[in-house]
Each structure stands twice: as structure tokens, then as C-alpha cells.
Design a binder for this molecule. Sequence first.
Ligand code: WT7
Length: 676
Amino acid sequence: MWVPCGCTSKNVITFFSRRILRSYLHVSGRRRCNVAAWMPEAAGFEGVLDRAGLQDFSVTNIESFWAVVARQRLSWISPFHTAQDCDLSRGQIRWFEGGKLNVSVNCLDRHVHTCPERVALIWERDEPGSEVKVTYSQLLEMTCRLGNLLRRHGVKKGDTVTIYMPPCPLAVASMLACARIGAAHNVVFAGFSAEALAERIRDAQSNTVITVNQGVRGGKVTELKKTVDAAVQGCPTVQQVFVAMRTENPVVMTARDVAMEEEMLKEDVVCEPTAMDSEDVLFLLYTSGSTGKPKGLVHTQAGYLLYAALTHRYVFSYHDGDVFGCVADIGWITGHSYSVYGPLANGGTTVLFESTPIYPDPGRYWETVQRLKINQFYGAPTAIRLLLKYGDQWVHKYDRSTLKTLGSVGEPINTEAWEWYHRVVGDGRCPVVDTWWQTETGGICIAPRPSDPDAEIVPGMAMRPFFGIKPVLMDSKGKVVTSNDTSGALCIAQPWPGMARTIHNDHQRFIETYCQPNPGYFFTGDGAHRSKDGYYQITGRLDDVINVSGHRIGTAEIEDIVNQCSAVAESAVIGYSHPIKGQGVYTFVVLKTDTDIQEADVCPQLNNMVSKKIAKYACPDYIQFVQRLPKTRSGKIMRRVLRKVVERDLDELGDLSTLDDPAAVQEIIQGHRDLC
Ligand code: WT7
């Protein structure tokens, strides 16, 4: 049973910060700056008197802002000499150069010195009531043993370790063990198929995989080790697979497999951390783009960690002693930044959620909130929409008085879901923070700041940029739109420490995707509206990326698989509004003329192929067979028209004059009516 260790906010950070505050008051003799009580560094920023002033300072003096914060919030082995050396137009992003540090030391050792018995992780296992608490000293020990084990098996700086595990303490220890010995990690969502896993292992040229024998989620067991076995068959780089035991069921072990827990016990509990340069790689994380195969975004050490930590503390108003409940999977960036790195860098207590929102019943989240006394809850709109349908009684059943902040992430949250989250889940007392960001941004970029004295929150709006973030809207000609009450392509005008540095092995693609659309700006791929009050609302992707249940997927990736079916001539995948999933997958299929296969037989085949090659969530919701797709005379599929058809926006089909065969559109409209 965990007993709080009794240490309060007197960790290293606040200790140093108070010193600054005192010296500021002493030297300047000015009236106490109230913002400094909230963010102690603010005391050192000339002319900053309030939160608005702090925001202005952070974007007009990005270098001094981030340099001061980096010195205060991170423990350095040696100090950096240059706060930033960035040139967005060339895709060059470097922060805190010259500095050396170790991320695992920042997340573990420094808290073990002050509060060894504080709980770092609460592993909320699939079965309610079977949670496991892991203190900072226990997590450090696990990480060190694992770091030593990996080292003994030859893993070194420059290697990439693929982690295919559900959220659990050993998965976190694996990430931190990589960080400790200087290897990069590449966490692959444990819902991905063997082929999707293999593709990511190959692209990352990973030589080591860490997995568990089986996964347990929603009362169901999944054969993760078997999936890894199937994946690594096609991955010649893989030399070893470490297997942890999530269940008691033994699995077949081959010569390349290592029984992880057994071997960890033989290792020393002290593991010398490798001194890493600020810009060494911390991890790769694959995500979908509008074209081509998934891209391995690269995040580096100091800037990423600092940004995750600062956003975690200030967006959610996280205070020492709070229990932070981010229910995202560690396979996504949300899990990286807000289940692992942000909370641990802040010495927080973080929940690792293994289950689903409806297991064993739709009260699961709120029963967990009650039992673990969660203070900040961070989840996805798709789950909120699902739970809303089950009714308020599942929420009312449980005590949610510990909740202080409710977060939303991954997709736009519609007003109905926002209101329900606020009114029913939060009893109208907890601010809802709709947080906009991406795998590429490393951490939250636009979100309300409820702790601001004048903080207004408009339902469904991401509201305000975070410190150091300068959003701009671009018109279709690439000009910055300066007025309010206007929409455009969302870009970010200045670099920030948390942003991705490159795409693994493809810097050119990084430049083309993010830096070239609007030279000098970071192009997000999202559209946004800026209200008359200057607040931001994200309107959705501008490209062929869709968002299904908060999972990002390129329509081209699904088409690629559908087209591999021998009966299919061509296809087009479109996202459409789905009441629960946010977007659903609508697939137009043209069958080959010479095929004998019946349409009814093609559907299960396609579902099977997509779930086998990507994951279940990417499967088509609708398959409409058509004779031909609407194309321009030059042969390009007119997706805009298909999108309007599936959104039933037939008055807005737009200019059809470039269509090769206008009859194709009528046929599709009719077929769509029959199907839905
Ligand atoms: C895309 C990024 C953010 C971490 C999890 C997803 C969409 C994300 C919001 C939001 C509207 C949002 C965007 C973005 N998105 N948050 N609060 N409101 N849309 O990371 O898988 O990299 O997806 O998710 O379209 O580009 P990701």
C-alpha cells in the first residue's frame, strides 16, 4: 500500500526558482510580480508583470525565455552555450546546443533524491481494482536493471529499440532505459498488425524489440509475442527480442528471445547514465502523412523534454501531489508526452491506462477517477461521445470531486460532447481544455489556460497559443492573414523546443512537408479559424489525412491496401463525419471488369486485408462499388467531389467543368443514397 512520502512542492525546481524570485525582489525592489508566483521564472523577465506580458515576452524573446526555463527546469550535466540555432526555411532546428544531459536522470534520479517513495506510476490494469503503484525509486531500479541488460546485449548509443507493448510500468522503464543508455526508442502501438510493425521496424533499422507475451485489454487477450514473431521474420536487422510476461501463459521462446524479467533480476540496480547532447535522438514515432508510407518523426532530448514538462504543468495546472490521468496509449505521442515524459519530468504521479472506456461497463473512466483520486483527466473526444450515449447515470455513480481539469485531445470536440464533459463529468466546476497539437509538435501548442485570471473558455475552441508559440493563418496564396474573424491554413511562425527535428532517413520529406508549403513557417496541415476575439478553433485537416477515433491515418495508406485485392481495379478512400468516431472510412471501389468475385465477397476480404496490414480501426465503414471514379481530364481523382457526396453536401459540388465524364458523379450520388 502506498503511503505519500510527505514531501511537498520543495523539489529542486521550485527551490532554485524561489532563489531567483528573491533576488529579483531584492534587486529590483519593484512591486511583487504576481505572475512570478505562478511561473517563478517570470520574475527574471524584464517588464513582465502579468500573464499576458509573459506570453508576449515568450514570443518576442524566444531565446531568453527558453534559455531561462531550460536552465531552471532541467538538470544538466554540462550547460548549453547556444539556446537556439534554427532556420525553419531549411528545416534546421537545434536547441540548447553544447548542453549535455540525460533524460532518464531528469525523469527519475532527481526525484529519487528528494522523494524516493513518491508514486511515479499507477498502472491501471484491465481489471478494475487491480492497479499497481510504482514509486520513483522502484521505477529507477527497473530502468537501471533494464538499461544494464540492454547494454549487456550490445545495445548502444545510436541504436533504435522498438517497443511493442501496451501501457505498463515495464514499457515506461523500457523507454527510460533506452534514454539512459543513449539508444533511441521507437514505440509501436500494440494494436498495429504484424505487417505494420514490420514496416516500422525496417524503416527504423531497429536491431532490438521489446514486447510482452500477451496483451490484456477489455477482457480480451491478444497474442503480442506471436505478432512480433510474425513481424521479425521480415526484419533481418532484428537480433534480439526481449519478452516480458504480462500474463502467466508461457510463449514459445526462440534463440533470439530473452526472458526480460528473469534476466533483469541478474543485473545491477545502478546504471551509469550516458551523457547525451541536447540534439541527440530521444525517439522516433511513426505517424501517417497524406502520401507515402508512415513517417518516423524524430524527437530529440532536451527541447522535447522541456516542452513536454512545461506544457504538462501549465496547460493542466498540474501541482505537486496531483494524480494525472492521461488515458491515451503510450503508442501515440499523447502517451509519450503526457503519460510519460511530461509528468515524470515534473516529478508527478501518472496513470497508465490499460483498459477501454467501456470495460467492464461505461462507468470505467469515472470509477477509475474515484478509486485513484485523479485530479486531471485527459482523454479523446471519441470516447466522450461514446460515453455520452450511455447516459449520465454511469458518471453520477462515482465520486469525481478530486477532478480539477478535464483535457481533450486528438480531434475536434463538438459542442455537445464538450458541454457534457464540462457539465456532467466535471459537474460544471472543472475547466475543459481542448488541446491542439500533433506528433510533429511534441507537445500542446494551442489550448485554453484556465489558470489565467481572465481566462475565458469557449466550448470547442483550442483558444490560445502556449508560451513561445506564434500561430499564423495563411490564405491560399501563402500570405499571412492578419485580421480576426477569419480562417486559413494554420502555420507556426517560430520554432519551439518541442518540435520534431526531421523524418528518420528522409530530411527532404520533412522539408517538403512542413517547411516548403509556406517558407519560413512550420506548416501544420490543419485549417483553423480565428474568432473576432483572437481565439483559435481548429477546423480539420487540409490534406488527405483522416482522423478515426482519434487515430490519424492517410487515406492513401488504406487505398494502397484495397488496391492490392486482386478483384479491385482502383479505389478512393474519403473521411466522413461519424457520430462517435469523429470520422469514418468511406471507400469507393471500382472492380476489375474481368473478375468473377461478387461484391458481397469483396467486402470481408477488404476488411480482413486492412486489419491485417494496418489495424482494425482503419477498416472501411462503408464500401461503395462504382463503375468509375470522377476524374479530371488529366486523370486525377476529384476527391473534393467524393467528399461532398459522402458529406451529403450536394449543393456545394463546386466546379465540375474539368470532369472527364460528368455522368460518373450522378452514378455515385445515387449509389451513396442506396448504401447509407
Ligand atoms: C492531428 C494530429 C495531438 C496528439 C494526438 C494526435 C488533430 C489533434 C486536436 C484538437 C482538433 C485536433 C489535428 C492534428 N487534432 N488535436 N484539439 N482539435 N483537431 O496526434 O496523431 O499526430 O494527430 O490531430 O488534425 O493535425 P496526431
